[in-house]
Design a binder for this molecule. Structure first.
Ligand SMILES: [Zn+2]
Length: 406
């Protein structure tokens, strides 16, 4: 004996009594088959209902292959034969709003965009349809959305029934079903006719607002994400609150947020430019001071310095220093990724790669290199003291270098 599916003719009843005709299991979980049920099983893109049987939570509802019995998978075994069922109405109604909304939206896409719905997905997180076209422009999407909402506003009746063979032959369905057998048809009066086993609202007004929120190309198909009724309200609420927060933070009206962001971006860009120029001037000054304070040994002035800056700033300072004639810079930054920079002005012959290697040897690394006039390396942890010792070794190595001044 198979289950009488009462939700077909009455999707609004949420409490009922039934007789348990089979105790079984489904994927190792206890399950029962009832003689009649209002519980909707996962099928046709619509997720199953939840609720309780004799107070025990129903965690899944499935159609059994073979005999079509409806399995109510319960959290723990159910005793006795008489069963009282209650359906979680909030979840059911959410899916009813979206399923009827989907039929309306799919028909609107057929009429205005000649796009067929080839997929339908409902979950607690998202509701989507897939259309048989890779792209649709924004204006057309808006027209489709407007038509769908017009059908909602007109509060048209929605009817579901099993037509007999002769009546079925007269009906033009949106999509020809692949399966044979008795066919259930859902009609949105004067607008859409389609084969469907799902639960639907009684009138289109109950769908509430239909809002397309996003589209995404998926190969040759276009995925359209939308929200209806309660979810559309929640989405509007969230986005409205977000816009208000943004507007308040920018001390402007919400309509002016894009312009305010543009202004901020421009301002930020010019501030960055100014900051770069100011930093460069500061480094210029620092380089001049350092060079002036460094004695000249007859061949060159040697600037040896452990810096507190970041490696990039140290590099820039070194570049500014070697713009002065007869100048050698051995500087570094201590820390977790310590760096040594060895550089000289173009009028000197010294090999700074060799000087760098002499310094790195003290730190126990070999990572580094560059040109004869500018070399950099490091990347290991080094204290200021270790770095100072490394710079001293690099300075010492310069003594074995050729000296063009003699
Ligand atoms: Zn359907």
């Amino acid at each position: 004996m198979t289950t009488q599916r009462l939700y077909y003719s009455d999707p609004y009843t949420t409490a009922f009594d039934a007789r348990c005709i089979e105790h079984t299991t489904f994927n190792d979980a206890p399950a029962v088959v009832l003689d009649r049920t209002y519980f909707y099983p996962t099928s046709g893109g619509q997720p199953h209902d939840t609720g309780t049987l004799n107070g025990i939570p129903v965690i899944d509802v499935a159609v059994r292959e073979g005999d079509g019995a409806i399995l109510h998978i319960v959290e723990r075994p159910l005793a006795g034969e008489q069963v009282h069922g209650e359906i979680d109405w909030a979840r059911r109604f959410d899916y009813m709003q979206h399923h009827t909304g989907q039929h309306i939206l799919s028909q609107a896409f057929v009429r205005l965009a000649e796009a067929e719905t080839i997929g339908f997905h409902m979950s607690p997180d998202s509701i989507t349809i897939d259309l048989d076209t890779p792209t649709l422009d924004a204006a057309l999407l808006e027209q489709v959305e407007t038509l769908a909402n017009q059908i909602v506003f007109e509060d048209r009746p929605v009817r579901a029934w099993f037509p007999d063979e002769s009546e079925l032959a007269t009906l033009v369905l949106r999509k020809t079903p692949e399966v044979g057998g008795p066919l259930r048809v859902v009609e949105v009066a004067g607008f859409d006719l389609n084969a469907c086993g799902g639960t639907h609202v009684a009138r289109t007004g109950a769908v509430g607002l239909i809002k397309i929120v996003r589209t995404e190309r998926r190969g040759e198909a276009l995925r359209v994400e939308f929200r209806c009724g309660g979810r559309a309200l929640a989405d509007y609420r969230e986005k409205n609150a977000l816009m208000n927060r943004l507007a308040a933070a920018l001390t402007t009206g919400y309509w002016d947020v894009p312009a305010a962001l543009e202004r901020l971006r421009d301002e930020n860009q010019s501030l960055r430019r100014e900051l770069r120029a100011a930093r460069s001037a500061l480094l210029e000054h620092q380089a001049r001071e350092l060079r002036a304070a460094t004695p000249h040994n007859g061949a060159f002035a040697l600037v040896t310095q452990v810096l507190d800056d970041d490696p990039q700033t140290a590099r820039e300072l070194a570049q500014k220093l070697i713009a002065y004639p007869q100048t050698i810079v051995l500087c570094g930054v201590a820390g977790e990724k310590a760096q040594i920079i060895a550089a000289r002005s173009d009028d000197l012959p010294h090999d700074m790669v060799a000087a760098l290697k002499a310094g790195l040897a003290v730190l126990g690394v070999e990572r580094g290199g560059g040109r004869p006039s500018f070399a950099q390396g490091g990347g290991v942890t080094a204290t200021r003291e270790a770095l100072a010792a490394a710079l001293a070794a690099a300075a010492e190595s310069l003594k074995s270098e050729p000296d063009i001044s003699r």
